[in-house]
Design a binder for this molecule. Structure first.
Ligand code: CP
Ligand code: NVA
Length: 306
């Protein structure tokens, strides 16, 4: 592993597989009642968050606590960053007190700047570019359910956003067949698709603006909100553009009968997904959310145990 986890692009397939093994072990041990495992005794994780979070924040805080460490929530609103202290200066200060820093920010460049100037590992807890912890954990969930990732057909129905970008890199690293369907104007950036193709020239990552076609024979259908944090001003335009991209009973028909329905959450019920599908028998969204805890424990140990 590199010093930081900023994108799935930077982790090799071997480390991703190791992370899955560790996550599985943490999960089994927790289910057996072994909650506290002293691998990171006395380590402190800072969480510098510029945007709201429920799952990522709680799972990271509990993960470090159950590994023997502790966490400190740092709302960027209450830091001197708000009054003009530079990210580079703040990164050097964080490194004096903390053992790792998880960051949720608007601009991915902020993460790069923090990581460059911090001597401690920096973990991307979501930026406008990517959401690596989410997708590492999601791939662990798919592997648990289907038994493999290679050759699995995953249809992502939604915007070419941070979650989609991480799915693209995850697919390239793990051999998932990824079919992305987005309305025109909201597709993933061509340079990200090209980059993934360069990482794994054999990877099958395709795009279409026909969601019904995209989900044909899918093993997994994944969706995310139409309006991500920071895009609120585009709500009306996006809601119009995405109206035929709702994951509902009719849309999932062409998929395999036992298709897994995934959503990183929070969901906007009645927009990108209906309650019928989100709460339906094929939905694994709660296991997905639970697995963030186990996968992030593995991420913390891999980055901090060095
Ligand atoms: N999926 C996810 O990252 O959720 P939160 O925004 O609640 O952390
Ligand atoms: N794409 C969403 C993901 C939330 C977990 C957002 O950035 O708001």
């Amino acid at each position: 592993m590199d010093k930081d986890l900023l994108s799935i692009k930077d982790i090799n397939t071997q480390d991703i597989n190791l992370l899955f093994q560790m996550a599985s072990e943490f999960k089994q041990r927790r289910k057996r009642g072994e909650k506290i495992i002293h691998l990171l005794d006395g380590k402190s994780l800072g969480l510098l968050f510029e945007k709201p979070s429920t799952r990522t924040r709680i799972s990271l805080e509990i993960a470090i606590r159950e590994l023997g460490g502790n966490s400190l929530f740092l709302s960027s609103e209450q830091m001197q960053l708000k009054r003009g202290e530079t990210l580079a200066d703040a990164a050097k200060i964080f490194s004096l007190y903390l053992d790792a820093l998880a960051v949720r920010t608007y601009k991915h460049e902020n993460l790069l700047e923090l990581a460059k100037n911090a001597s401690i590992p920096v973990i991307n807890a979501l930026s406008d570019f990517s959401h690596p912890c989410q997708v590492l954990s999601d791939m662990f969930t798919i592997k648990e359910k289907i038994g493999k990732l290679e050759g699995v057909k995953l249809s992502y129905v939604g915007a070419g956003n941070n979650v989609c970008n991480s799915l693209i890199y995850g697919a390239a690293k793990m051999g998932i067949n990824l079919m992305i369907s987005s309305p025109k104007g909201y597709e993933p950036k061509p340079e990200i698709l090209k980059d993934a193709q360069k990482i794994n020239p054999k990877c099958k990552i395709e795009t279409t603006d026909n969601p019904l076609e995209a989900v044909r024979n899918a093993d997994v259908i994944y969706t995310d909100v139409w309006v991500s944090m920071g895009e609120e001003e585009e709500k009306e335009a996006r809601t119009n553009a995405f109206k035929n991209f709702q994951v509902n009973e009719k849309l999932i028909k062409p998929a395999k009968k036992d298709v897994l329905i995934m959503h990183c959450l929070p969901a906007h019920r009645g927009e990108e997904i209906t309650s019928e599908v989100l709460d339906g028998p094929n939905s694994i969204v709660l296991e997905q959310a639970e697995n963030k805890l186990h996968a992030q424990k593995a991420i913390l140990v891999l980055l901090l145990e060095k």
